[in-house]
Design a protein around this ligand. Structure first.
Ligand code: AGP
Length: 599
């Protein structure tokens, strides 16, 4: 979705902002633009890629704002691209989110000349009136924030003033303090190569950013933000020699999982620590753990929910976040509601978890991004610690989400005393072995690449699995659709014969999860049903398991209930290599965005 970057300091704002826009590309966008501050504002903007945008090399400005736009109101055109300006061209605004009352505001702004179809354009015109009436830019932004409705983040510059003023409401904005300037962005990777000292703007706060300071609030009572140092380094948000972020992130999974697990399991004592402040006895009394999530995070939640049922004997439900309002929240006061969201910014998931909290549920976020909106909405947060994920398609974060939910399931099982200690030790051993097991799968990449070339021109792919293999089948199909634009569906293996089998032909490979935790014996029969109808069969098979007549077999190292998760790495590699051989835009698939901040 849209991205914001701002810089004010001693260096060339044009260069820093342009680079920041490149770093924001992964969020998904269709237009880009910058506003640079001088006695007059210099605006450069256009539809298309950041690479299509030219910022003149002789720009001497040291203050400016930039934007990548993902269209909501009005198509991607040069005119609809941000920044938008007031009638005099003295105030420029970049904006993420949606101004819900923009039509009423537009009608009320009699006499202003609107040139775009965007909701955003009301903001510079509202600001122009405030500034005209003598308000400082900071006070003008505070006042306009009162007038607009919706979820938004916006940043403003004014001709002749080396300062940026910004505010937010349910849309992220991060501040950065560097040695030779101050930064503002919708996401840390935008300025991570310049500083790791960050502060998170809260809803309703107004930040005034100058070359050597950032102040929060109005002039009379301003305060300094509280900075923290992020662990991510610039290299982790770079491609590091890989052709695509996604391939790099697939290969980073062993390291990401070491991070997810670090300091959380004690193999000697057979204990797991997830650092959650639940009231004493809470986990014994909770009647249901309800997950709300979208996309890949929804599939990770289904995996986690099944682990909780199996290990901790807790009733669970998993609701697609955008469906939660239609009856998702029964008996909230007896429920722990868990929002699983990599970005922590998905609007559907935020709305679901907020309504669960308002209805009385205890709420927990499982997320990757420190300081993200979801962390402010919930009672507790469990970080998955996967490091930055730039590719739009989730890969390492899926593995870290499932692993984190596995840790949570074991912790709750321990608390509720539902498992013998020997089984807890075995589970912790399996979790601890995940980085090594995934590395073994990654070492098979050449074989997966060869299979990708062999099946490149098939009509469709069907992924099947049972129990823990079912969410992985759904995730495998999503990955292939998302990055290869190939028709793919995931099915519960037992459902194949209830309808989808009619689609099966010699040109529809069936990919089956045949590992422990995925009921391999029963699924093998479903594979045979498809093969009888001519379908090529690709098996993701538990080490040591003998499955006859498969056309392709990939072996999954022994990891108990986490074998479907390890097997998923084959599905990630398969999707990646099919997409790569088809020449797709892997890191930025068409029509998709990394952080989905609209309903
Ligand atoms: C996965 O590859 C997708 N990019 C998408 O399904 C994603 O998981 C979904 O939009 C939810 O995002 P979140 O985890 O940031 O909430």
């Amino acid at each position: 979705m849209c991205g914001i970057i701002g810089y004010v300091g001693a260096r060339s704002a044009g260069e820093i902002i342009y680079r920041g826009l490149e770093n924001l590309e992964y969020r998904g966008y269709d237009s880009a633009g910058v506003a640079l501050v001088g006695e007059q504002l210099a605006i450069h903007k256009r539809a298309g890629e950041v690479a299509d945008l030219t910022v003149p090399a002789d720009e001497t400005a040291t203050c400016g704002i930039g934007h990548t736009r993902w269209s909501t109101h009005g198509p991607p055109t040069d005119i609809n691209a941000h920044p938008h300006v007031d009638c005099a061209g003295e105030v420029a605004v970049v904006h993420n989110g949606i101004i819900e009352n923009h039509e009423a505001l537009r009608d009320a702004l009699d006499g202003c000349e609107f040139v775009s179809e965007t909701d955003t354009e009301v903001i510079p015109h509202l600001l122009e009136q405030e500034v005209h009436d003598g308000a400082s830019l900071t006070d003008a932004v505070a006042s306009v924030a009162q007038a607009i409705e919706g979820s938004y983040a916006f940043a403003v510059v004014h001709a002749g003033e080396n300062a940026i003023v910004a505010t937010r409401e349910q849309s992220p904005l991060v501040l950065g303090r560097g040695e030779d300037g101050m930064f503002l962005a919708s996401d840390i990777p935008a300025f991570l190569e310049h500083t790791r000292e960050v502060a998170y703007l809260e809803d309703g706060q107004v930040a005034t950013i100058t070359a050597d300071d950032i102040r929060l609030g109005g002039n009379a009572s301003s305060t300094s933000p509280t900075y923290e140092t992020v662990e991510w380094d610039a290299d982790s948000a770079e491609k590091g020699g890989y052709e695509h972020y996604m391939r790099k992130e697939i290969h980073e999974q062993p390291q990401a999982l070491r991070q997810t697990l670090s300091e959380r399991i004690d193999l000697n004592r057979g204990t797991v620590a997830v650092d959650l402040d639940f009231p004493t006895g809470y986990l014994d009394s909770v009647e249901e753990v309800q997950f709300v999530a979208a996309g890949t995070s929804y599939y990770a939640s289904r995996y986690g929910a099944r682990l909780l049922e199996e290990l901790a004997d807790v009733r669970t439900s998993v609701t697609i976040a955008s469906e939660y309002e239609f009856g998702g929240g029964r008996d909230p006061w007896r429920t722990l509601t868990v929002a699983v969201t990599q970005s922590g910014e998905t609007t559907d998931t935020l709305e679901a978890i907020n309504s669960a909290g308002q209805a009385g549920a205890r709420t927990l976020a499982v997320t990757n991004v420190i300081g993200s909106s979801v962390t402010r909405s919930v009672d507790d947060t469990l970080f998955i610690k996967a490091g930055p994920e730039i590719g739009v398609a989730a890969s390492k974060t899926f593995s870290s989400q499932v692993t984190t939910l596995g840790l949570l399931a074991v912790a709750i099982a321990h608390e509720r005393d539902t498992l013998p200690r020997s089984q807890i030790r075995r589970l912790l051993g399996d979790l601890n072995g995940l980085p090594g097991a995934i590395q073994q799968v990654l070492d098979e990449e050449d074989a997966v690449r060869a299979v990708a070339s062999e099946y490149l021109d098939m009509d469709a792919f069907f992924f099947i699995g049972r129990e823990l293999g079912y969410p992985v089948a759904l995730e495998g199909a999503l990955k292939l659709k998302e990055i290869a634009y190939v028709h793919a569906e995931g099915f519960a293996a037992g459902e194949l014969k209830h309808g989808p089998l009619a689609l099966v032909t010699g040109r529809t490979p069936v990919i089956a999860l045949l590992t422990n935790g995925a009921q391999p014996a029963a699924t093998t029969h479903n594979v045979a049903e498809a093969q009888t109808r001519g379908a090529p069969a690709i098996g993701i098979v538990a080490e040591g398991r003998d499955v006859e007549h498969l056309d392709v077999e990939f072996t999954v190292p022994s990891s108990g209930l986490f074998e479907p998760l390890v097997g998923n790495v084959y599905l990630q590699l398969l999707a990646y290599h099919i997409a790569n051989q088809l020449g797709r835009s892997i890191d930025k698939p068409r029509n998709l965005a990394k952080s989905v901040t609209v309903r």
